[in-house]
Design a protein around this ligand. Structure first.
Ligand code: RRO
Length: 287
């Protein structure tokens, strides 16, 4: 799958990879309303990754359903709609707006872990009870909900347990890490909003650890692994520690076709290990 936030809201990657041949297109997170996002610059490349502070810019779910979703559906892709809000009521409204979405919207990813959400006193996914309340409020979307969690906490297992008890069918692990970079001449932050979220190969071992820890505690909950996948083995690693599927994000900025390269690499890797399907890679790690 594409990772939320790295492939837009529509079918813009279709010229590079037939989107009907990947797991799903995961949208950038959408709120029940239009949101302007943060001041530029919003992206900044760093060693082994990227910093971002996009600030949740988006057209709102209503506009997306009407104008952009049809172009993804036309490609034959499955769609996972990522949602965000500043309050529990926002998440509830977002879920209600998706209740009658076409069947191509196969799941809703409840983004509890944006690092660039100003003015609400922290990341939802650092608080197990609050995260559970958000997930419970999103049942109206009437399709499987995946909770996207934060690596910026040592409570990820607790949060994972709380959100699955509240109705999340799967967990997407992990979002970006809080970071800050400076411009070498001005010594001001490189991003328009100050700090941001770090993604890319730098965070890959952190994602692998998060998936392994959550899988050990909750072996029956499906996990979608995401964090710094650039090559096939990165995806194999996330699956081996317990992910049932993976998402690719930062690598797409330099190489949109990485989606197909890693997908095909997983098939080869499964065969090489004598497995009849890629899903056989899940849980193979010897820990
Ligand atoms: O929009 C963003 O700034 C953003 C989001 Br919603 C997120 O979940 N993770 C991230 O690194 N950036």
């Amino acid at each position: 799958m594409t990772a939320a936030g790295t492939a837009g809201y529509g079918a813009e990657f279709h010229p590079y990879v037939d989107l009907s041949t990947i797991g799903a297109v995961v949208t950038k997170s959408l709120a029940p309303y239009e949101w302007p996002g943060n001041p530029a610059p919003r992206l900044h490349p760093v060693r082994a990754g990227m910093m971002n502070s996009v600030g949740l810019q988006g057209p709102g779910i209503g506009e997306w359903l009407e104008r952009t979703l049809p172009e993804i559906i036309a490609t034959g892709a499955d769609v996972v709609c990522s949602i965000w809000g500043r309050s529990i009521e926002d998440y509830r409204a977002a879920a209600e707006m998706l209740a009658d979405a076409p069947d191509s919207v196969v799941a809703v990813e409840v983004n509890l872990s944006c690092p660039n959400l100003e003015g609400r006193g922290g990341i939802f996914a650092h608080d197990p009870a609050l995260s559970a309340e958000v997930v419970a409020a999103t049942a109206a979307c009437a399709r499987p909900r995946w909770a996207k969690l934060s690596p910026n906490t040592d409570r990820i297992v607790e949060v994972a347990r709380a959100v699955t008890e509240a109705g999340a069918e799967a967990l997407t692990l992990v979002n970006t890490l809080l970071g800050l970079t400076l411009d070498p001449s001005t010594l001001r932050p490189t991003l328009g909003n100050g700090g941001g979220g770090l993604s890319g190969p730098a965070i890959h071992p952190i994602a692998v650890r998060a998936v392994a820890d959550v899988r050990a505690a909750l072996p029956d909950v499906p996990i979608v692994g995401v964090g710094g996948i650039a090559d096939t083995f990165d995806a194999v690693e996330l699956m081996a520690v317990g992910a049932s599927a993976v998402q690719i994000g930062t690598a797409l900025f330099a190489e949109p076709t990485a989606l197909a390269r890693v997908r095909d690499g997983l098939v080869v890797e499964a065969r090489r290990r004598g497995l009849s399907s890629v899903s056989g890679l899940t849980g193979l790690a010897v820990l």
